[in-house]
Design a protein. Structure first.
Length: 417
């Protein structure tokens, strides 16, 4: 039986731009304001635009030069300290309604609330409680929220993304009965939460073009192609999400290896994957050196100074691994799912929930002989680099201008730390 809880996903509408309007006594629904770095001129990214401008076709995360010349607007510099203060103010309002264990902060402007155990106390249904919370947020902060309601976090989030932003009261509720009539209609695939452009291309190559196609696809073939992520893709396409908010409160205290890098220039989705790949190589070399494998992959992305934000997310694996290709695959899945198309200045890769190599669990969906050969190749490469220096053997991608591996290896030295 799938979980049937009362989950709210609440998002603050055009958050950065709305905060700036509120501070100036302006109505974001009737005023043309853009948040962007003025110093970057016409190439600056529009970090946020007011709903008024969105109606005129101006997009967030676009470039200033893409705005039609006939549209007038005011541009203001981002003030992260203001947005963080406003976010904390809104979160304190949520905590007036639910306890901390039933609140998950997804981003600076978006939260999940599990109100299942509060409905009797407030003598309201989930729709009524959502409306009360949103009205309280507006009354105290003058910020407008949208809300999706669902029996799990997935359907709450997607109902908010797809439908709530277009309803009169900014609320939408989806149940399992809406999976076939609403969820399956989502197309292209990248419109669905959790599927990025790269994953969409991979699925398209398999003949999967809609959520319905994904839901009807052989789950074993998906798992064979994408590992644990294949099972999750199939689950989500069928409206299934077994995670609960309290799971996010459990912090695993286990040994981990982590590698971070602050970048010397802005990177984006076109060149950052070179850096992620190089950092995965560093972590997997350390795993092999210590005869360890990982069952939890983490990826953190920090955006440039003017944005001062980012994300860090993890993915648990069914089977522990020290395979760099496998670990890189999961890092890129996390990246495609959460990347906000902003300039990147920091990357963190983490391998946690470590296990001794001898305790490896077999996976029916993997070629064990192939994995063994890959591991042996990795060990041979490690031995060469340890003996002759880290730059004695490098990938071809390390010769690309966006790579940092060669210079970083020179600074670190010839032996693994």
């Amino acid at each position: 039986m799938y979980p049937k809880r009362n989950i709210l996903c609440i998002d603050l509408k055009s958050f950065f731009a709305s905060c700036e309007c509120v501070e100036r006594g302006l109505d974001p629904f009737n005023y043309p304001l853009i948040v962007a770095n003025k110093k970057q001129g016409s190439g600056a990214i529009t970090l946020a635009v007011t709903p008024y401008l969105k109606k005129k076709g101006v997009k967030s995360r676009g470039r200033i030069f893409e705005i039609p010349k006939n549209i007038q607007y005011e541009m203001v510099n981002p003030r992260m300290s203001l947005y963080i203060a406003k976010s904390k103010e809104v979160i304190s309002i949520y905590l007036d309604f639910v306890s901390e264990e039933d609140l998950h902060i997804y981003s600076i402007d978006e939260c999940f609330l599990d109100v299942t155990n509060y409905l009797k106390m407030y003598k309201m249904n989930d729709y009524e409680l959502a409306k009360e919370i949103m009205n309280t947020v507006y009354r105290k902060t003058h910020l407008t929220a949208t809300c999706g309601i669902g029996p799990n976090m997935l359907l709450a989030k997607i109902s908010m993304d797809i439908e709530a932003k277009h309803t009169k009261d900014n609320i939408a509720k989806w149940t399992y009965d809406d999976v076939e009539t609403k969820l399956w209609l989502i197309s292209p695939l990248s419109e669905m939460w959790g599927i990025g452009k790269n994953m969409e291309r991979n699925l398209n190559k398999m003949g999967i073009y809609s959520v319905r196609d994904l839901a009807k696809y052989d789950v074993l073939k998906l798992k064979d192609q994408f590992g644990i992520m294949g099972q999750e893709l199939w689950n989500h396409a069928n409206g299934i999400d077994l995670s609960i908010i309290k799971d996010y409160k459990k912090i695993a205290k286990s040994e981990s290896y982590s590698h971070s890098q602050v970048l010397f220039k802005d990177y984006n989705e076109n060149n950052i994957k070179i850096i992620i790949s190089e950092m995965v190589d560093v972590c997997t070399a350390r795993l092999r050196e210590n005869n360890k494998m990982t069952k939890c992959i983490g990826l953190g992305i920090g955006y440039s100074k003017e944005i001062d934000n980012g994300f860090y997310h993890t993915m648990k694996l069914d089977v522990a691994t020290d395979n760099s290709s496998e670990i890189l695959k999961y890092c890129l899945i996390i990246f495609d799912k959460f990347y906000g198309y902003l300039p990147i200045r920091k990357v963190t890769v983490t391998c946690a929930a470590l296990e001794k190599k001898e305790s490896k669990q077999l996976n029916l969906f993997e070629n064990e002989e192939e994995n063994k050969n890959t591991s042996n190749i990795g060990k041979t490469i490690d031995e060469i680099k340890t003996k002759y220096g880290k730059n004695s053997l490098i990938k071809a991608t390390s010769l690309l201008k966006d790579s940092t591996a060669i210079e970083r290896n020179k600074k670190i030295g010839g032996h693994f730390e």
